[in-house]
Design a protein. Structure first.
Length: 267
């Protein structure tokens, strides 16, 4: 084979190899589109993003202002994962909307609290007090359980976290329970006698659960927040990398130092 023919053959063979090599480089940094709610979940995701980058994964963080859209965006393929919800909420969304989503790990727990500008405890609520709770099924049941724990209402004995206002069987203070979107409850404190507020929204409003809540959940319970992906993706390698990033020492240290007991790692 003469030299010019060898050079031509090399060019023909090398071109596909170069293309393949270029494709490999293009996929070296895998991209995961992660949905979070604004506030603490977004802050935690930023720490996980730095950890994931060391393993060749780029987290693209997409912030939402409500609890409904992150699951809708994940199920439709606009996101690859989300991090903002607990299992009862996920279950209720799957049941109501037919989503094909699965939890792959826990992240942190935000104990829900009741807050008030008028009373120091739920027991101090006056007769006929207006009390705000969430209007989504899992969080409203959670708030009702806190009211029952404080002794101001009594629920049907078998309802658990699925409790609704229809399950209140005893209301000796004749409380008027007002259901609002979770994000609105912190802004309702001037108008209501007390409100149940999820910790991420409480922190955004400048409220510290361990200091300001007049009643608060136990830190350990069924409400650990989750990393969620589409069911079809749950066994893919990138999911393990995402879990590793969220379960890293860096994330644990950040949560413990930044939030000082307002939330706790659940891993």
């Amino acid at each position: 084979m003469n030299q010019s023919r060898r050079i031509a053959l090399f060019r023909v063979v090398a071109a596909p190899l170069a293309f393949t090599f270029g494709v490999s480089l293009a996929h070296a940094a895998e991209v995961i589109r992660l949905g979070v709610t604004a506030g603490p979940h977004a802050q935690i995701a930023e720490i996980a993003k730095k950890v994931a980058a060391r393993d060749g994964v780029e987290l693209r963080i997409v912030e939402f202002q409500d609890y409904i859209q992150p699951n809708a965006a994940l199920d439709s393929g606009q996101l690859d994962a989300n991090s903002y919800q607990h299992q009862p909420f996920l279950d209720s969304q799957i049941q109501a909307r037919g989503y094909h989503l699965a939890a792959v790990a826990t992240t942190v727990t935000f104990p829900m609290g009741f807050y008030s500008k008028r009373v120091k405890s739920l027991a101090d609520l006056p007769r006929g007090a207006r009390v705000g709770i969430q209007n989504d099924p899992s969080n409203s049941g959670r708030a009702l359980q806190l009211l029952q724990k404080a002794g101001v209402i009594r629920l049907k004995p078998t309802v658990g976290v699925a409790a609704t206002t229809a399950d209140v069987v005893d209301n000796p203070k004749d409380l008027h329970i007002v259901q609002l979107e979770a994000a609105q409850l912190a802004r309702s404190l001037d108008d209501l006698d007390a409100s149940a507020i999820n910790t991420n929204f409480a922190l955004q409003a400048g409220l510290v659960p361990t200091r300001d809540a007049i009643a608060i959940e136990d830190a350990k319970g069924p409400y650990a927040n989750l990393l969620v992906v589409r069911t079809a993706d749950k066994d893919k390698p990138w999911v393990a990398t995402l879990v590793k990033a969220f379960h890293s020492p860096e994330v644990r240290q950040f949560v413990q130092e930044k939030f000082a007991g307002s939330m706790v790692p659940s891993f």
